[in-house]
Ligand binder design. Structure first.
Ligand code: HPA
Length: 276
């Protein structure tokens, strides 16, 4: 059997020894947004370190566990903390958790992240609905032998971010009175923030926001047929737009400041997913 798939099956077995919870939606929480998991009706949780072979994050402020529970009747699995490519994991490990949640039964993957604003009309604290992504600058999680059990060798990526889910999220934002930008997310490897010229490059190539996650997970989830959506929290203007250096502290402070709105938007969106 394919090594990557064998590892995935092993992780699934390890999860199933701890809970038989079947989620409908999977939610990945980005930097500074992890607290959301504590607010839902929790049925079970599993620490990543207790799952055999599961990649565990090294980033300060990133928790590491799956939380299973309900957001207004919708059964969800939430990743409180994710691993990033810049931590040194192979891309197949970076996307293993997203795939695992798909194998647990989740039909929908909701991705969130902290991102730098590349579009000059954006402001720190804005939310951006991800309409599409550019993942070309990071290795594809699908490189290597195709995992036929998950999906095809050459998967279609014409609509990575489901239009149906985008509409639900837009409706949710409107109902909650929360402003929502829209745009293209570009994933780079990090961990250094971009140089001003790299940010110009992102803009010329059509990106509105830049970050170090998300697109790879979206590709892996689409490969296996999950319906995907995502929201970026614009925590800062990307480098070179303002005449000031960037810091992880700024990213965290903005994420903390807008977390209450972000949580409302996530809850209203997931509640909307159920009304299909
Ligand atoms: N660049 C890349 N990743 C980020 C940024 C940024 O400006 N802000 C938050 N994550």
């Amino acid at each position: 059997m394919n090594e990557v798939y064998a590892k995935l099956e092993n992780c699934l077995k390890s999860v199933r020894e701890k809970t038989d919870f079947v989620p409908e939606a999977a939610l990945i929480l980005g930097s500074g947004l992890g607290e959301y998991a504590e607010e839902i009706k929790v049925s079970a949780s599993i620490e990543y370190k207790d799952i055999e072979g599961f990649p565990v994050s090294t980033v300060a402020g990133h928790k590491g566990r799956f939380v299973f529970g309900y957001v207004n009747q919708v059964p969800v699995v939430i990743m409180q903390g994710r691993v990033h490519y810049y931590e040194g994991y192979p891309m197949t490990d970076v996307v293993l958790p997203a795939r695992l949640m798909g194998l647990m039964g989740a039909k929908t993957l909701f991705l969130t992240n902290a991102a730098g604003g590349v579009n000059k009309d954006f402001d720190p604290g804005d939310f951006m609905l991800i309409r599409d992504h550019i993942s070309t600058f990071v290795p594809s999680p699908l490189l290597g032998t195709n995992i036929e059990e998950l999906g095809p060798r050459f998967p279609d990526m014409s609509q990575v971010y489901s239009r149906r889910l985008q509409q639900i999220i837009k409706n949710a934002a409107k109902e909650e009175g929360i402003g929502l930008r829209e745009g293209v997310y570009m994933q780079l490897t990090g961990p250094a923030y971009e140089s001003p010229s790299e940010v110009s490059m992102c803009r010329i190539l059509g990106a509105d926001a830049v970050g170090m996650s998300t697109a790879c997970e979206a590709v892996a989830a689409r490969h296996m047929g999950m319906e995907v959506c995502g929201i970026s929290c614009i925590t800062n203007m990307a480098c070179g737009i303002l005449d000031q250096p960037l810091s992880h502290t700024e990213v965290q402070e903005t994420a903390d400041r807008v977390a209450p709105q972000f949580k409302r938007l996530i809850t209203a969106s997931i509640t909307g997913f159920a009304g299909k």
